[in-house]
Design a protein around this ligand. Structure first.
Ligand code: NAD
Length: 313
């Protein structure tokens, strides 16, 4: 069976939670962990490798850029993180500078690999990675609102008391404060959420859905207030994106990619439902959005574009 190589740049909270989840998934044959803090990367890998007898065989080691050679996927989690009270967008300039160090090395040693960007502010950094790398846009992907959409599905699942796997609902736009929910096409089983709510009729659903969306939008802030960082949820979300790519699944996930044209938005990175396979983003799914959602999408696109400009890109 084809078992691919994944390289992780950034052995911090996010990189290591992802490595832990990836190890358990059995998706990779070989995992390289790289960090500017070499001893930290070494220590994390030693710790992870201690569980090897309980996993399907996989090679994991801490390395340097030449070790990235022939990676199928390079996942970039390196960078500064969001501090309590700090917006994701305030991080932009510093983290673009870090990508300018990392990406040319990745391209030098593993030019064919798909790049998955996780560092915040996500859409700005993904756009920066696309520009710095010179790669095709479909091969430079941001983790986008896959995590935010998972939180939406989780909260809807709790509210409706239905398995989250039977709930299809997207958060689209910026991975950040201007993101928005797409309730008009959300589904529970094969039933549109709007119809489900009418049949269920057990809450003031408009108010409740707004409340759920606000909880999703503020989820990361609330976690950071309590524990200083978010990492487990994103680790699992990254493993799901990895699976879609490495197993050539043609799965639809709301990752961030270059928008050529979508309801008037263009030439930026933002999250839309994308069909993902081992070439990266195969195609964008055109959703039927209502007028409010179109307005939200355009607002979010404006915010991202302003931040791309603000970051000097
Ligand atoms: P962290 O501080 O724990 O880890 C960052 C790591 O990057 C550190 O180990 C640091 O040594 C390393 N690093 C810094 N510069 C480097 C360089 N030039 N080369 C190699 N390594 C370098 O931070 P974290 O909690 O893991 O968060 C990492 C990033 O992920 C942040 O930007 C954070 O906001 C973002 N994040 C994104 C999402 C998402 O949904 N996209 C979710 C959570 C966190």
């Amino acid at each position: 069976m084809f078992k691919p190589k994944v390289s992780i740049i950034g052995a911090g909270n996010v990189g290591i939670r992802y490595a832990y989840s990836l190890l358990q998934s059995g998706l990779a044959r070989s995992i390289v962990v790289l960090d500017s803090d070499k001893r930290r990367a070494e220590g994390e890998v030693m710790d992870l490798a201690s569980g090897m007898p309980y996993l399907s065989p996989v090679e994991i080691f801490s390395g340097d850029y030449p070790d990235l050679k022939n990676s199928d996927l390079v996942v970039i989690t390196a960078g500064k993180k969001q501090l309590p009270g700090q917006s994701r967008l305030e991080l932009a300039k510093d983290n673009v500078g870090i990508l300018k160090e990392i990406i040319p090395q990745v391209i030098k040693y593993s030019p064919e690999s798909i790049l998955l960007i996780v560092t915040n502010p996500l859409d700005v950094l993904s756009y920066a990675a696309y520009k710095i790398s010179g790669k095709k846009p479909q091969e430079v992907i941001g983790s986008g609102t896959v995590l935010d959409s998972a939180r939406l599905r989780f909260l809807l699942s709790k509210h409706c008391n239905i398995d989250a796997r039977n709930i299809h609902a997207y958060i689209l736009g910026e991975h950040g404060d201007s993101e928005f929910p797409v309730f008009s096409s959300a589904m529970i089983g094969g039933v549109f959420l709007g119809d489900y709510c009418r049949i269920c009729n057990s809450c003031d659903h408009k108010e409740r859905l707004q409340h759920i969306f606000e909880a999703v939008r503020d989820f990361a802030y609330k976690i950071i207030e309590r524990k200083g960082e978010t990492s487990y949820g994103i680790g699992l979300a990254l493993t799901r994106i990895t699976e879609a790519i490495l197993k050539n699944e043609n799965s639809i996930l709301p990752v961030s990619c270059l928008v050529s044209e979508y309801y008037g938005a263009q030439d930026l990175y933002m999250s839309l439902p994308q069909i993902l396979n081992n070439t990266g983003v195969r195609e964008t799914l055109k959703l039927e959005l209502n007028a409010e959602e179109i307005a939200n999408l355009r607002k979010s696109a404006e915010v991202i574009k302003a931040n791309i400009k603000g970051a000097g890109l």
